[in-house]
Write a protein that binds this ligand. Structure first.
Ligand code: 0RQ
Length: 510
């Protein structure tokens, strides 16, 4: 028996993952923990996938609705994608198999701002006619004597799922370090529209909630003990282009400090996931900014480096996304990190009110940006989803600085990340104020669309693509007397994309 389950009544609910999965009927709506490969349930989803196969062999259907915090790991999205045991996925996916099934039209997916997810679920948009969901399936580190829960490596949308689920299945993961207790700051954003009160976070390091979550233990249907690692993927050492992107951002921030618009400690940093974001953090660690704070959604290795060097005083997020080496370092120094790291529910970590108040600096990756500054973070040629908007929209719309970054080309130069018209727009020119590639930083503040186009083409586009983009822009500007605010030729606006679909290359034939 696990010594992580201290509540007597809940000890009696321990069963195998297969038995727990057996409680879940076909068509059930599950709200699961998990965010950026951290803190997701690892045994019940595998058991559900096996069950789906068994049921199908008996000629019976078996599919569930999978709601989570954000991305999970192979035990959930890959297994359930492969077995097609999910009918609807929400609000974010980063798994390649699940992505393929979504893009093949086998699984329905709604990609949603992560700060909105809990509220939408509480309003019943993903639930049964009575607005409830069937099960919350949540990974925890520990169940205390009074039945309160110590969350694991992510908080995600757990509180919302506990609020609306009829029954709970808890996975107690002994792999998670027990000493995480005290790192979480749980505050439910539960008010109905029009009845909400302020979230009293005035600084990134404010704690405003409770370290554990008290639940109604009578709703717990099963407790499953696991001992499986999070999906901790290694980071690549920053490539030359990533380092250049990072340097452009650091130079820009330097300029802002010199201009008196930012303090030397900057304002709280939000940094997306991935290798470019990590390169920026590495750059910050080598730079001269001190006493920084972060108010972000994910803590990755670069954040740990910054905490270790003392340049970052505090990291507030909703989840970890560290490498295996980062995990080791985390466990080794956990007593110090507990004072430096705050894990919050995603409707608090990503809340527009707090982000706007703190004046965050948001830095996220993009798929493509257009010459006028509209950004596509999610869709390949406007149709296939890559991952999802994640928290990028929450931070982009509300931060003091909204910076998007990407290499200037993809797929060996066949794709330009700068296009005439973004084929899907997640972030509009109204909130995007910086676009960065290895070639430079386009500062879009205080500029009209035509002025932005010049900045984006000259600073960000790959040199091979600049004449092609100028040709589009100049010909757009010529026609008639109307439409000189944001010049376009609608028949050609997606010519880069249509060429790519026809030939596998966005470049015009010579
Ligand atoms: O494809 O994997 O087949 O090689 O897209 O691109 O360059 O590896 O970049 O991993 O940083 O991801 C926008 C997707 C960038 C990410 C995005 C292809 C490219 C490659 C991935 P391959 P890279 P990254 C915090 C905030 C939205 C969510 C967000 C993202 C693959 O940053 O998901 O910001 N952002 N969340 O080759 C066709 C193009 C392409 C392209 C790249 N224009 N056309 N393919 N690719 N550009 C996190 C959370 O909220 C949880």
């Amino acid at each position: 028996m696990s010594d992580r389950i201290l509540h007597k009544g809940l000890k009696a609910k321990v069963m195998s993952a297969e038995e727990a999965a057996g409680l879940i009927p076909n068509g059930a709506i599950l709200g699961m923990s998990g965010f950026t490969g951290a803190g997701y349930p690892k045994a019940v989803p595998i058991a559900l996938s096996k069950r789906a196969i068994e049921e199908r062999m008996k000629g019976k259907p078996f599919k569930i609705t999978a709601l989570t915090g954000a991305s999970t790991g192979p035990e959930l999205d890959q297994a359930m994608g492969l077995t097609e045991s999910v009918s609807f996925r929400f609000p974010y996916n980063g798994d390649a198999v699940m992505r393929q099934k979504i893009n093949e039209g086998v699984i329905e997916y709604q990609d949603m701002h992560l700060s909105h997810a809990g509220s939408l679920v509480r309003y019943g948009y993903y639930g049964r006619p009575d607005n409830k969901i069937d099960f919350a399936v949540i990974e925890v580190t520990k169940i205390k004597e009074d039945g309160s829960l110590v969350f694991s490596s992510s908080c995600g949308a757990n509180t919302a799922y506990f609020d609306v689920a009829e029954k709970y299945i808890l996975e107690v993961n002994e792999w998670q370090d027990e000493r995480m207790e005290g790192m979480h700051d749980i505050l439910g954003v539960t008010g109905r529209h029009g009845e909400r009160t302020p979230i009293p976070i005035l600084r990134a390091d404010d704690r405003v909630g409770s370290p554990t979550l008290k639940i109604d233990v009578s709703k717990v249907a099963a407790v499953v003990v696991t001992n499986n690692p999070d999906r901790n993927a290694p980071f690549k050492a920053p490539e030359a282009d990533h380092k250049r992107i990072a340097q452009h951002i650091l130079d820009f921030l330097d300029g802002e400090v010199k201009a008196g618009r930012l303090p030397k400690s900057l304002t709280p940093l939000q940094s997306g996931v991935g290798n470019i974001a990590n390169a920026v953090l590495v750059g910050l660690n080598e730079g001269h900014f001190e006493n920084m704070m972060s108010y972000t959604e994910v803590i990755q290795d670069g954040m740990l480096d910054l905490l270790d060097s003392g340049k970052l005083k505090i990291a507030s997020a909703t989840a970890f996304s560290v490498s295996p080496e980062g995990q080791e370092r985390f466990n080794k120094n956990i007593d110090r990190y507990r004072k430096q790291i705050i894990l919050r529910p995603q409707d608090v970590s990503n809340h527009p009110e707090v982000i706007r108040r703190l004046g965050c600096i948001a830095m996220n990756g993009f798929v493509e940006a257009d010459i006028y500054g509209h950004v596509n973070s999610t869709h390949i040629v406007g149709k296939g989803i890559e991952n999802g908007i994640g928290g990028s929209g929450d931070f982009a719309r509300n931060s003091a600085y909204t910076i998007f970054m990407s290499p200037s080309v993809a797929k060996g130069g066949k794709i330009s990340a700068i296009v005439p018209f973004a084929s899907h727009i997640d972030h509009t020119e109204h909130e995007v104020n910086g676009i960065v590639t290895e070639y430079g930083f386009a500062d879009l503040r205080g500029k009209s669309p035509k002025q932005k186009a010049k900045e984006v083409i000259e600073k960000c586009a790959h040199p091979d693509w600049r004449p092609i983009l100028w040709d589009y822009y100049n010909r757009s500007l010529k026609g008639g007397s109307f439409g000189k605010h944001t010049p376009h030729m609608l028949k050609e606006a997606f010519s880069f994309h249509t060429r790519y679909l026809e030939t596998g290359d966005m470049r015009p034939k010579k």
